[in-house]
Ligand binder design. Structure first.
Ligand SMILES: Nc1ncnc2c1ncn2[C@@H]1O[C@H](COP(=O)(O)OP(=O)(O)OP(=O)(O)O)[C@@H](O)[C@H]1O
Length: 330
């Protein structure tokens, strides 16, 4: 069974200019212990989607099943019961830690809310500090005494306090120096191996996400436009948008670099208040044809697990029919 199963999810906001569709008909699954990467430009709906999974923004329609339970209709009491299963690590380790509290108190907060006793909390905090590679005495110190990378370790320890099944990592290394990014990414991988936790790993940087993810979803203007195994998409991106994201990513393998089309993303993301007709990417797509303005391409299967929302076979992959009940799912 999937750990998380999202079906036909829509989230819209009322704004003075009208309704803004931030997440539009999104479906995907996360299996226990796997990493699903979520990539897209700023404004494509990544954060709104992750907040919806935590029910921090109102869901317009669709289902969010956690271990088979749809949490969309849940009230506050049922949400309190389910919340420990899904935790979040935000981008900014400076903003997400209250500077007036000691690290031990910060990491122990979720435990104290859950009704744990003092001694239990102290022991669990010591265990968590060890798991994220910080010394035991870190519990007595304040956030400003730590570097950015160490603070992100504190945030990760707090997210793991209640042994969640899924941790949503929203740009977790973007605010860190390049030199410490690899260490924090290795920590995420190590914790996954030891604890079997699943991640939804969100970033605008495909090279970061590809490195940690088993599977990927690529979003554009609130919709999934490509999905599949990370290695598959990295090797042969099918959507012109993914191709452009990849063309911008550094590639260590010169052969792969030569194979890649040199695509540069033109223009800005269109406003979700007034999205283009048909394919939302067509206004920036170097391959756009008249059909793209008329019909919105559904996600369709290519070879393997890859799916793409494009009318054309731009990665030379052999298309295969998709069963209709799965057509929008990853
Ligand atoms: N509370 C809100 N009210 C109105 N519009 C919102 C709200 N939250 C997000 N939006 C809009 O929804 C769209 C998606 O935003 P979201 O923050 O989810 O994108 P993102 O891909 O996470 O971008 P970023 O990486 O910059 O956070 C944007 O157009 C944004 O302006």
């Amino acid at each position: 069974m999937s750990l998380i199963s999202v079906r036909d999810l829509r989230v819209s906001f009322a704004t003075p200019q009208g309704r803004l569709q931030a997440v539009d008909d999104v479906s995907f699954d996360v299996a226990p212990g796997e990493t699903l990467g979520l990539v897209g430009e700023s404004g494509c709906g990544k954060s709104t989607l992750s907040k919806a999974l935590l029910r921090l923004v109102p869901v317009t329609s669709g289902r969010i099943e956690i271990e088979g339970e749809d949490i969309v209709p849940f009230g506050p009491r049922a949400l309190r019961r389910i919340r420990p299963k899904v935790q979040m690590v935000f981008q900014d380790p400076y903003g997400s830690l209250n500077p007036r509290h000691r690290v031990g108190t910060l990491i122990g907060q979720p435990l104290s809310v859950a009704g744990w006793g003092r001694r239990q909390i102290r022991d669990r905090v010591a265990e968590l500090l060890e798991q994220v590679g910080l010394p035991r005495d870190a519990a007595e110190r304040y956030p400003h005494e730590f570097s950015g990378g160490q603070r992100q370790r504190v945030v990760i320890a707090r997210a793991l306090a209640l042994s969640p099944k899924l941790v949503i990592c929203d740009e977790p290394v973007s605010a860190l120096d390049v030199s410490v990014r690899a260490q924090v990414i290795n920590l995420f991988k190590d914790l996954q191996d030891r604890l079997g936790v699943a991640y939804l790993f969100i970033s605008h940087d495909l090279s970061v996400v590809e490195n940690v993810s088993d599977r990927l979803i690529v979003m554009y203007l609130g919709r999934i436009i490509e999905s599949g195994r990370a290695a598959e998409i990295w090797r042969r991106p099918a959507h012109p948008y993914t191709q452009a994201l990849l063309a911008a990513a550094p590639v260590p393998d010169p052969k792969l670099a030569r194979q890649r089309r040199r695509l540069v993303l033109q223009g800005e993301l269109p406003s979700p208040l007034n999205p283009p007709s048909g394919c939302a990417f067509r206004t920036r797509c170097p391959q756009a044809r008249p059909r793209c303005a008329a019909d919105r391409p559904p996600l369709r299967a290519l070879g393997g697990a890859q799916r793409v929302a494009c009318h054309f076979d731009l990665a030379d992959a052999a298309p295969a029919p998709v069963p209709s009940d799965e057509s929008a799912c990853v």
